[in-house]
Ligand binder design. Sequence first.
Ligand SMILES: Cc1cn(CCC(=O)O)c2ccccc12
Length: 158
Amino acid sequence: MRRVVCPGSFDPITNGHLDIIGRAARLYDEVTVAVLINVEKSSLFTVDERIEILQTVTKEFPNVKVRKFHGLLVDFCRQNDIPAIVKGIRVVSDFDYELQMAQLNYRMSGVETLFMPTNPEYSFLSSSRVKEIARYGGDVSGLVPDLVHKLLVERLRG
Ligand SMILES: Cc1cn(CCC(=O)O)c2ccccc12
C-alpha cells in the first residue's frame, strides 16, 4: 500500500492545492491530506471547518482521507505509517525552503519528500492571496472550489 501525505493549513483550500491532491491520488494507493493545527496563527476557517471543506471537495477521490495534526509532520507520518510527503512547488522560491525542510525531515525520520510542479495556471495562488482578494470584493471564482467561493463571500462579506 503506497501511502503519501499532503500537509498544509488549507485556510482555505485553493484549486492549486486540489490539483496536486488529485494528481497524487492518481499516483498513490492512499493520500492523507493533513491539516496542521497551529494555535499561534489566527485563521479564517476553524480546523474542523477546513476538514469538512476538504472532505467535500475531495469526495471524488475515494483514496483521499483528511486528518488533522499538531507538532512535527514526521511524527504524524510515523504514527500513521506514511513513508513520504508530497509537496506542490509553485515557483523557484518555494523550492528553496521546501528543499531544506525535506532534507531536515529525512535526516530526522527517513521520511521522503516528493516534489510536484503545480499546474502553471495556479502558480500564483495561495490561500492568503485568495483571502485578501475576496476580502476587498475581488472575484476569486475559478481560483478556489465553488464551495470555498461561497463560504468566502459569506464569511468575509457577512
Ligand atoms: C503549492 C502548495 C502549497 N501547499 C501548502 C498549503 C498550505 O499550507 O495551506 C500545498 C498543499 C497541497 C498541495 C499543494 C500545495
